[in-house]
Design a protein around this ligand. Structure first.
Ligand code: G6P
Length: 752
């Protein structure tokens, strides 16, 4: 209402002023036209007596002249008539002729051009008309006074009509204005509310919304950025890490910027089983960690289409779009030729970089052809990132050793992207890394990233040492950053983790039921102790070492024969590589030998299951086991250890964990072993199998609390918060540069 008054009051003032002006003008015009009318009328009246009047005057018939004049003034407009002789004497006049008027007052009047006289009784129009006798001799002037009160009445009427007209106009314009203002206000407010209540404002790439709100939205966005830049930015310790909080961070701190993830292994591999297209979750710690993050942030996950039926699963754009059944994120698959897969994946990645980074005494193989394919495939993925990017500055999460060159390649094509690289495997010391003939190119490629993450501080330091050794780069140890060819990369520790609570636990039976089912499945006695191993069939995992530790325990304490069993799940992995094939055979042979050695009736100490097992079944195994053993010879983190702890909501069970895993830095309540030390490992096995319930509970509780707090959302969230802070700083610096450009030039040298 107040707003409407603000429109209406000025409108009324303006209309009033215009109405006043119009009436003034109308008055003036009416007067002018009326005077002109009366001039004409005067001439007409004079004409009618033109013949009779001179004769009456010349004959001196005063009474007849006066009578004539009095008859003439019966006309309601003609107020008075008089006659001034040549000596300007008013010698005849009608009774109405004002006594105050003399002939001198009409002396200067021209015939046919009257004048208005303002008298006390009102205004009169005075006009003169010469009266001529025979031979045109001037006898004097006829004075005709017309009453002008009718003009005033006309003016008054005009004024009234103008007033009514403008009042009506004001009313109509006010009504229309108020109505239009109200409608615009409502729609503006509605638009503003929608903008503020939804996440529209926070999505930079969202539709631009109503054009009239665009400037407001722009200012608000800038304000939000400023506010966040001014200390409202989130701190990882203030957040309780859940998918929702991760999503909120993406919306608040990254204003819902575009997120792209790149990894070799995608979330699913598709294959036909019994004629039905089926999706299988690959055995990969990377996939386990990245999937919940992608579900929370709804980005696009670019991966190698390695499944035998992957081409059947994609649309025309090689996409598997999010669906109600599989909501959350899009998948874009990249196809590799068999030669590319051989050289890049099997060759350079898994025969070269994998053994290079894991210190497990397996000789890395570096073939120039593999390197060429590695470069070509990295380029292919860079093109896919470029194709998928809808904005010039997306946040790109590059995963693992398959894509060491990708960051620099993306940086070249999307210079404003924020590139976060996470290296899921260990980083060795510079001497070990220097074995690689392309060490320099690999390190330089990684330094295209904005943030480079490793699981442990030790791996970060190894990387910085490697940069120092191989490149002409500035390494700032104070803040752990490297500046190389114009890009600054922060090198930081981000220990990876798992989702909490694990979704695979949902719907699983109780621990008791799981124990029973597992013992039934493997035909074990109900009271037998189960030690569990879950790994990919990989030589870094220390599987033979744990078999040997079981053998050692049975050797040293034969009372365990028949009372304990090691259930080892080994998912076949990279089996086209001879080293992996040999390894699988060695594992089978070793298990066979130990089983033969300690076989008693149907009892065998090692149950070997070399196949892919679904995550929910793996979790059921975790719940059923008494002990879980992770004896990796070298491992970036190892998520099996964390999954086992997360599965034990009964706070029971014991974890044996290799000191060469990243997880051993966090899960210090586990029984930490050196897998190369057989006696220590068998002692740990015995300790785990006989651990009192209270101790199991105390250790489990503490480890569970840690994983709950440091879950995978925090892992991703910390990197994204750092990325957000980096983006804010970049914007501020850009603004600063703008300011510097505007500053007046200062002399660069001081004149002496
Ligand atoms: C490790 C790597 C992952 C890889 C996984 C499985 O965890 O860090 O990048 O996905 O092994 O290996 P695969 O070669 O089967 O993908």
């Amino acid at each position: 209402m107040r707003l409407s008054l603000r429109f209406v009051l000025p409108l009324l003032v303006v209309l009033g002023a215009v109405a006043y002006g119009v009436t003034q003008l109308a008055d003036r015009l009416t007067l002018r036209w009326s005077v002109r009318d009366l001039d004409t009328r005067t001439a007409l009246v004079a004409n009618t007596i033109e013949d009779s009047l001179p004769e009456l005057i010349l004959t001196g018939r005063r009474d007849r002249v006066v009578d004539l004049f009095n008859r003439m003034v019966r006309d309601e407009r003609l107020y008075a008539v008089g006659f001034c002789d040549a000596r300007h004497e008013l010698i005849y006049r009608s009774v109405t002729f004002p006594a105050r008027l003399t002939c001198l007052q009409f002396e200067d009047l021209q015939p046919g051009l009257g004048r208005v006289l303002h008298l006390q009784r009102g205004s009169l129009h005075a006009a003169v008309n010469p009266v001529r006798g025979p031979a045109g001799r001037s006898l004097g002037d006829l004075i005709l006074l017309h009453d002008m009160s009718f003009i005033e009445r006309r003016s008054e009427d005009t004024r009234r009509y103008v007033f009514y007209l403008f009042a009506a106009l004001a009313a109509v314009i006010s009504l229309v204005t108020v109505a239009v203002a109200q409608i615009s206000w409502w729609s503006w407010v509605r638009g503003l509310r929608a903008m503020l209540s939804g996440d529209w404002l926070l999505r930079a790439s969202a539709d631009p919304g109503p054009p009239e709100l665009a400037p407001v939205a722009k200012d608000l966005r800038a304000l939000l950025r400023d506010l966040r830049g001014n200390g409202t930015a989130q701190d990882e310790y203030q957040v309780s890490w859940t998918p929702e909080s991760l999503r909120a961070i993406l919306q608040q701190d990254l204003l819902d910027d575009e997120i792209l993830a790149v990894s070799n292994r995608g979330p699913y591999v598709y294959a036909y089983r019994d004629g039905v297209l089926q999706a299988q979750r690959p055995a990969s710690g990377l996939v386990t960690a990245l999937e919940p993050v992608m579900l929370a942030c709804s980005g696009t996950w670019i991966a190698h289409g390695s499944g035998s039926a992957d081409r059947r699963a994609v649309d025309a754009r090689d996409h598997i779009p999010a669906t109600p059944q599989r909501p959350g994120y899009d998948v874009r698959l990249v196809w590799l030729s068999p030669e590319e897969e051989d050289g890049y994946y099997y060759g350079f990645c898994n025969e070269g970089l994998w053994p290079l980074c894991h210190i497990v005494h397996t000789r890395p193989l570096f073939r120039p052809k593999d390197w060429e394919r590695y470069v070509a495939v990295n380029r292919k993925f860079a093109t896919a990132v470029f194709e998928e990017a809808k904005t010039p500055d997306p946040v790109v999460l590059v995963q693992d050793y398959h894509f060491a060159l990708l960051p620099a390649m993306i940086r070249r094509r999307l210079p404003d992207a924020t590139i976060i690289v996470f290296w899921h495997i260990p980083w060795p010391n510079p001497e070990a890394f220097g074995i690689c003939p392309w060490a320099e190119q690999i390190v330089a490629g990684m330094l295209g990233s904005s943030i480079l993450g490793f699981h442990t501080r030790y791996h970060c330091n190894n990387f910085l040492d490697t940069v120092d050794r191989f490149l002409e780069a500035r390494v700032d140890r104070e803040v752990n950053a490297v500046s190389y060819q114009g890009t600054r990369t922060t090198v930081k520790r981000y220990p990876i983790s798992i989702e909490w609570p694990p979704s695979h636990l949902v719907g699983l039976p109780s621990v008791e039921a799981c124990r029973r089912q597992l013992r039934e499945r493997y035909s074990l006695q109900p009271d037998i102790k189960v030690v569990l191993g879950v790994d990919r069939l990989d030589y870094t995992k220390g599987i033979p070492e744990r078999f040997l530790a079981i053998e050692r325990l049975l050797e040293l304490d034969p009372s365990w024969v028949g009372r304990l069993v090691l259930v080892q799940i080994g998912a076949p992995s990279r089996s086209r590589i001879p080293e992996y094939r040999d390894f699988g055979e060695r594992v089978e042979a070793l298990a066979g030998r130990i089983n033969v050695r300690f076989a008693r009736g149907g009892y065998r100490p090692i149950v070997l299951r070399l196949e892919h097992v679904d995550a929910s079944e793996v979790y059921a195994h975790y719940r059923a086991a008494d002990v879980c053993i992770v004896s990796s010879l070298h491992d970036g983190m190892n998520l099996v250890a964390k999954e086992f702890v997360a599965a034990r909501d009964d706070e029971r069970g014991a974890l044996i964990l290799s000191e060469f895993t990243g997880a051993s830095r966090e899960l210090v309540e586990a029984l930490i072993i050196n897998p190369y030390d057989l006696d220590q490992c068998s002692a740990a096995l015995r300790a785990a199998l006989t651990m009192p319930t209270d101790e199991q509970r105390a250790r489990m509780r503490s480890m569970r609390a840690l994983i709950q707090e440091f879950n995978v959302y925090r892992w991703a969230g910390r990197m994204l918060l750092d990325a957000a802070a980096m983006r804010r700083r970049t914007r501020l610096l850009a603004a600063g540069r703008g300011w510097a450009a505007k500053a007046p030039d200062r002399p660069r040298e001081i004149a002496l």
